[in-house]
Write a protein that binds this ligand. Structure first.
Ligand SMILES: [Zn+2]
Length: 350
């Protein structure tokens, strides 16, 4: 199981030192503008050079002038802030000011320094030529700082997800990928090695961070329900020819179209048609009464080394484990309309 958490809030570092004293009104309005245009949840924490204390952006408009005055005596040092942020190296940081930051060379090669946005506010540069410095409008700087988590990827050598409980995720180029970045995700994987599964959060600026995984119980299997014989007989026609003769309009409809296209006709698959699409369905014909079980996931394990994955065309492709390369590969085989799994149980896409 995976608990998804939002990425760190960005940080805007302002220079209130003597070298930037004349620029304070400009830096204040820049910070105010950035705070205003950014979504509340991703507004930057504010820092002043030389001071590890973060300031609350929500009250910057009221207290900004006072904060500049309070921090004016501090020197142009970045270490107190970078030390504060060192355990969250993916934080998007912008530093705005004028005049050399004396301890910046100490941070050479550190992700915080290497990825920071250096905002030039006066004639004297901040980085002594070590990094590119530029002037920014509030909107531009906000865009550079806005670094939300955009997706989560689950991958690993020889790893194949065969179950996950959120339809926002899909299997794509060998990875389970989802744009959901909050809440939890329960998933199951097949892999020759159990510890090879890796989950990563990807931020808008491309940085990746490992997410912690915790073992979880498999979810209970959904129940079996009776499938009316009429519906099963139509599915059986589909198994043979990929289509069925509609009992309502007497023309042929393709498998997958579980209602008549003629308006006002009676439901022809009253059991199957209302089920949500995008997953699979098991059909059990072992007893006198046919039963079905819904499987609400875009992947279905068929065998220890085979998983069916839904494809964009409405079908499903079989992905197989290749022992020579220790990886899972699309086989090009399509899942049959009623795909036998053994013991008189078939699977089909829904
Ligand atoms: Zn029809």
């Amino acid at each position: 199981m995976l608990t998804l958490e939002a990425g760190p809030r960005p940080a805007l570092v302002l220079d209130a030192s003597e070298s930037a004293a004349k620029l304070a009104p400009y830096l204040r309005s820049l910070a105010e503008g950035v705070i205003e245009v950014m979504p509340e949840a991703s507004r930057p924490r504010l820092f002043f050079l030389g001071n590890p204390q973060p300031f609350d952006p929500a009250v910057f408009a009221v207290h900004g002038e006072q904060w500049f005055a309070q921090n004016a005596g501090r020197g142009s040092f970045i270490s107190p802030i970078f030390e504060q942020l060192a355990n969250e190296p993916d934080t998007a940081v912008a530093v705005a000011g004028a005049g050399r930051i004396f301890d910046l060379p100490d941070w050479h090669g550190h992700p915080l320094a290497e990825t920071a946005v250096w905002v030039k506010a006066g004639p004297a540069g901040l980085t002594d030529g070590a990094y590119a410095e530029d002037t920014y409008a509030c909107e531009q700087l906000a865009e550079r700082l806005n670094n939300p988590a955009v997706r989560v990827e689950i991958s690993g050598e020889g790893v194949m997800p065969f179950f996950w409980n959120d339809p926002a995720f899909r299997w794509e180029s060998g990875r389970l990928v989802g744009s959901k970045t909050a809440g939890t995700l329960l998933f199951g994987t097949l892999a020759p090695e159990t510890d090879g599964v890796k989950a990563e959060r990807i931020q808008a600026n491309g940085t990746r961070q490992d997410l912690a995984l915790t073992p979880a119980e498999s979810p209970p299997a959904p129940s079996w329900f009776k499938l009316p014989t009429g519906e099963y007989n139509l599915l059986n026609q589909c198994k043979r020819q990929g289509r069925y003769q509609c009992p309502a309009c007497h023309t042929d409809h393709p498998f997958g179209q579980f209602h008549c296209s003629r308006p006002g006709t009676r439901p022809i698959f009253p059991t199957i048609d209302p089920l949500p699409r995008g997953g699979f369905c098991f059909i059990d014909t072992s007893a006198w009464e046919t039963k079905y079980r819904y499987h609400q996931c875009a992947a279905l394990q068929l065998a220890p080394d085979a998983v069916a994955v839904r494809t964009a065309d409405g079908g499903a492709e079989i992905v197989r484990f290749d022992g020579r390369t220790n990886s899972w590969k699309p086989s090009g085989e399509r899942l049959k309309v009623l795909h036998p799994l053994g013991h008189k149980i078939d699977a089909m896409v829904l």
